[in-house]
Design a protein around this ligand. Structure first.
Ligand code: THU
Length: 138
């Protein structure tokens, strides 16, 4: 799958966001090793801390289905009802969730905006000196 198609699916996912508190909508499209795509949106909560980011929604849907091998994720976000004016980078918690399942150098994190710009990072770039499953012997 082309990155542009993954970005399009992230924008589609963004339409599903539930954001009555921040009014900041995020969409993610997670590409699996076998070519499936899991879409996720952010889902907020009146108690705030139970809120879930778009990236983790996508990952948890995939993990529930038994998928463990991932190639890339596209992430887009911005003010509700408006284009994405700039890149929306994954929060630290989402980076750590990626760390559980993704290769530090092969997994690609694609950030995009509504102007058609994009930038791709490795997980190692976004989460240097990280702690992961191998640290616990896994
Ligand atoms: N958010 C995401 O879903 N992903 C990100 O990459 C950054 C932030 C959500 C969390 C919250 O619902 C809203 O954006 C504002 O922080």
């Amino acid at each position: 799958m082309q990155d542009a198609e993954l970005v399009r699916l992230a924008f589609e996912a963004r339409e599903h966001a539930y954001t009555p508190y921040s009014h900041w909508t995020v969409g993610a499209a997670l590409l699996t090793a076998d070519g499936q795509v899991y879409q996720g949106c952010n889902i907020e909560n009146a108690a705030y801390t139970p809120s879930n980011c778009a990236e983790r929604t996508a990952f948890f849907k995939a993990i529930y289905d038994g998928v463990r091998d991932f190639e890339a994720i596209a992430v887009v976000g911005g003010p509700e009802g408006q284009p994405a004016p700039e890149f929306c980078a994954p929060c630290g918690v989402c980076r750590q969730v990626m760390r559980e399942f993704c290769d530090l150098d092969d997994f690609r994190i694609i950030l995009a905006d509504s102007a058609g710009r994009s930038k791709t990072y490795t997980l190692r770039e976004l989460l240097p000196e990280s702690f992961g499953p191998e640290n616990l012997g896994r």
